[in-house]
Design a protein around this ligand. Structure first.
Ligand SMILES: [Zn+2]
Ligand SMILES: [Zn+2]
Length: 455
């Protein structure tokens, strides 16, 4: 068995090989906070690698290279989403590898990590291996996979974690469900010492969340709907941080939604617990008031949209480093599954195509967060899961997204790349359009109206 952190036999991410790009992005405002880049530049990509950076207009386009007009546009390191539901195997009517990675590419993502709550559950190496084989044929951008912590997500017995790591699991999660038995989580952390891989945790105490369908508060009371209290999340985080600290294990908290949860993570970090956390664009930009305005099932997700003070705490958590990254929790459902009364609808919103634009519109344009911080948080999920972080630097593999920050578009107006339509931002006018995405050195997405001119 390999010690924690040692390289495994299997490559962490898989995708369908595509021809490496030769292209020149001319004069875009290049923003990569980790590389200290924040200026208009020419970026030359040759054979899928960043070959040269130069002043605008200084780099000639090599023969056969495509030229992307970057003037007035922004070029970012491509985004990485550590929390995506691709619904395959078993629920391909909601999403699959092709549609999910197409949706990701359209949102500027160059790598995503898929959750194991599929049918069958990714709880053994055979399922994982065949899924990775499928990704080698179908995935448009690199995809990593988490395996489940417990067999069948039942919470009773651990999966063969070491074997799953050898088969390519980036880490483990029972996402969709909490690991409700403390002793099981403890044992998983002990195995983690032997085989590495982060444990990503969906935090919820089912005895508190019960049959709740939205945040427990004023709005749920007015609507007469069963609520999910914030303490359902925060008390589990406190418990799991204590166990992780005791075992010196490494945990990642998924989709923080409540201010008490942000406080619990901050407190654990201050004690030296190896804990990281993510927040989703919807929790950063919406509250339960949206549910009151229109009892729309696209606004039903788990954890639920909470209160303004919670949203403010999440934003502050991003700013002060308590929250390490932004993750979408892209959760596609078929139209007929969501076209039912609010109480009966399944939990989840899609998010890959709107992640950047939603955060940019509400938080960056709103003067709440700097653009550089948002770019950093949309790429930071890579490092947390042991994936190389995309960067704009000579010699680095080209993982880029070109964005027009001033372009306004209405969510859903032109349909979605995802197979699903359950987007909580549907109908909203957002600012910031992804024009092109380069993942693993290949052009994987071009916005329809964005013309590519040959050199
Ligand atoms: Zn979850
Ligand atoms: Zn999820």
């Amino acid at each position: 068995m390999n010690p924690a952190g040692a390289p495994r036999a299997a490559e962490p991410l898989v995708h369908r090989e595509q021809p490496p790009a030769d292209l020149l992005v001319r004069g875009a405002h290049v923003l990569d906070p980790r590389e200290g880049l924040d200026a208009p530049l020419d970026v030359l990509v040759r054979g899928g690698e960043i070959a040269e950076l130069g002043d605008p207009g200084s780099l000639p386009a090599p023969d056969g290279a495509e030229v992307l007009d970057g003037e007035g546009r922004h070029l970012f390191p491509g985004f990485v989403d550590p929390h995506v539901h691709l619904r395959t195997p078993g629920q391909e009517h909601k999403e699959d590898l092709d549609s999910g990675t197409r949706s990701a590419a359209a949102g500027g993502f160059v790598a995503i990590v898929a959750m194991p709550n599929t049918d069958p559950v990714v709880d053994d190496a055979t399922v994982l291996r065949s899924l990775r084989e499928a990704a080698r044929r179908e995935a448009r951008i690199p995809v990593g996979f988490l395996a489940s912590i417990t067999r069948g997500l039942a919470g009773d017995s651990l999966t063969e974690m070491a074997e799953l790591r050898d088969a390519g699991a980036l880490g483990f999660t029972d996402d969709g469900k909490p690991v409700h038995r403390a002793a099981i989580l403890r044992k998983a952390l002990q195995y983690q010492r032997l085989c590495g891989g982060v444990l990503a945790l969906h935090e919820e105490d089912p005895s508190l969340s019960g049959r709740g369908v939205m945040h427990e508060g004023e709005v749920s009371a007015r609507l007469g709907l069963a609520g999910i209290p914030s303490i359902s999340e925060s008390t589990m985080i406190a418990r799991d941080a204590a166990i992780a600290g005791y075992e010196a294990g490494r945990i990642h908290i998924q989709h923080l939604s409540a201010r008490e949860s942000v406080a619990a993570v901050a407190e654990a970090k201050a004690r030296g617990v190896r804990i990281t956390a993510e927040a989703s664009p919807h929790h950063l930009t919406l509250t339960h008031d949206a549910v009151l305005e229109r009892l729309d099932t696209r606004l039903k997700m788990n954890p639920p949209l909470r209160e303004e003070a919670d949203r403010a705490a999440l934003i502050e958590g991003l700013r002060d480093g308590t929250i390490d990254c932004i993750a979408t929790d892209h959760a596609p459902h078929a139209r007929e599954e969501k076209e039912v009364p609010f109480e009966e609808a399944p939990m989840g919103t899609t998010g890959l195509e709107t992640a950047f634009a939603a955060v940019h519109t509400d938080l960056v344009r709103g003067g709440v967060l700097p653009l550089g911080l948002v770019v950093e948080k949309l790429t930071a999920g890579a490092g947390l899961l042991g994936i190389a972080t995309p960067r704009i630097a000579r010699g680095a593999p080209a993982q880029l997204c070109l964005v027009d920050l001033g372009a306004e578009w209405q969510v859903g107006e032109a349909g979605y790349e995802s197979r699903a339509e359950n987007c909580c931002f549907a109908g909203r006018d957002l600012l910031g359009r992804v024009l092109a995405t380069v993942a693993a050195g290949a052009v994987v997405y071009r916005e329809r109206a964005f013309a590519l001119s040959p050199a």
